[in-house]
Structures are given as C-alpha cells and as structure tokens.
Design a protein around this ligand. Structure first.
Ligand code: HEC
Length: 202
C-alpha cells in the first residue's frame, strides 16, 4: 500500500515537472513578438544566392531583380506580333495554327478548354458556363456556333478564324480576361483547335 502511494507520487512529480517545463518553454516564445525564436540550421534561411527582392551591392540601383537589357527576350519566349487594337485583331486572322490536327493535340486542347474556358463558355461552347448561370455579372458570352451567335467585333462566331481566337486568348475581350499567363503559345493553339471543333456544332 505504502509502496503504491510512493509510486503515484513519483508519477505525479514527473507529470508536474514535465508540464511546468512545457509551460516555461512555450511562454519563453512570447517574449519578443518579432523574434522567430530558436532557428535550427540558420544557413537554410539565408541562401548563398541572392533572392530576387534582396538588396544587392553589385548593381548601381542596389536591387537584385534587374530589367532585362533592351531588345532581348527570355529563353523560350514566343513573341506575339499583333497589337491589342482593332487593326491587330483583323490582321491576326492571317495566323495559321502551327500544330498538326492530331487526336492528341485536340484532346489536350479539350483539357485546357475545360479548365480555363468552360466556366464561362460552357462545356459545349454554348456560352452557358456555370459562372454565367450564377448571374453575377458575367453575361453576353457568345456561343461558338449557330446562326445567331455573333462576335461583338463583327462576324459570325461559327466562322471566326483560328488567328482571331488565338488573339482573343492572348488579350481577352471586355469581361473575358487575358489567358496569356495561364496558357503557353502551344497550349493556346491546342485550345484554338478544340474551339474550332466546337464551332462545327450543329
Ligand atoms: C470570365 C469568363 C470567360 C472566360 C474564362 C473565357 N471567356 Fe471568352 N469570352 C467571354 C465573354 C464575356 C466574351 C464576349 C466579350 C465581348 O464581346 O464583349 C468572350 C468572347 C470570346 C471570343 C470571341 C471574341 C470575339 O472577337 O468576339 C472567343 C473566341 C473566346 N471568348 C474564347 C475563349 C477561350 C478560348 C477561353 C479560354 C482560354 C475563354 N474565352 C475564356 C468570357 C470568358
């Protein structure tokens, strides 16, 4: 009996000591609000390479991120020559889809279309995507097909050439934003291929 009380006391002492220790450690973190506390492997926080937003003594303006030199393009950057104007839009009609009309390209086009375009334009390209149905300010999304579907820039949607569709993906149009940062040039052409298939809907 006596032994078991001692054992209980021992347990109690261990638990209390542990709780007090935990409390002290936790409270010690409250001392300085701006302190990050104990940092393990500090050199992992301060990489040897410069972060883009870090000051940098090596450049005259003291910044790490520099404006690229004039007349240079990043590797892999594909220039789009047509301006976001009425003239640019009309001229873009001359563009030809550089991709081969393969099953695979069309399938990938469908995938990107479903992700980026169908919320407004609808899975079938009828202009009735779920965002349009919410009735929260996105409306007048044209169908890609049918005798009544016209572009607000003139011409029937069903005969809109590939280049104008590409142009619209690059710049957007009114309520439709630009998708140039979401889709690479190749991906855009795949989407164009799929939209052109939707244009054939009877
Ligand atoms: C936020 C909703 C929204 C999304 C997302 C969207 N569109 Fe649109 N799109 C519109 C609206 C609205 C119009 C009609 C704009 C106007 O005529 O004022 C339009 C018009 C167009 C037109 C006709 C352009 C013209 O010259 O009349 C094409 C082609 C088009 N979209 C293709 C796409 C493709 C391809 C995608 C996906 C990469 C896409 N859209 C994503 C809302 C959207």
């Amino acid at each position: 009996m006596k032994g078991s009380i001692l054992a209980m006391n021992k347990k109690y002492i261990v638990y209390t000591t542990f709780s007090v220790l935990v409390a002290v450690v936790m409270l010690s973190a409250c001392r300085d609000k701006r302190s990050t506390g104990l940092e393990y492997a500090r050199n992992m926080y301060d990489p040897i390479a410069y972060n883009q937003d870090q000051p940098n003594k090596n450049f005259a303006n003291g910044a790490t991120a520099q404006t690229p030199p004039a007349n240079t393009d990043p590797i892999g950057f594909v220039k789009y020559e047509y301006a976001n104007t009425k003239e640019g839009y009309e001229a873009s009609a001359a563009l030809v889809n550089p991709l081969a009309a393969t099953e695979q390209n069309l399938l990938e086009g469908k995938h990107f279309y479903t992700v980026f375009c169908s919320p407004c334009h609808g899975e079938k390209g009828d202009g009735q995507g779920h965002i349009v149905k919410l009735d929260k300010g996105i409306s007048a999304v044209p169908a890609y097909y049918g005798p009544d579907a016209n572009s607000s820039r003139g011409g029937a949607m069903s005969t809109m050439p590939a280049g104008k569709i590409y142009h619209t993906i690059v710049y957007g149009l009114n309520a439709m934003g630009s998708h140039a940062s979401q889709l690479t040039p190749t991906e855009r052409w795949k989407v164009v291929m799929y939209v052109q298939q939707l244009q054939q809907t009877k």
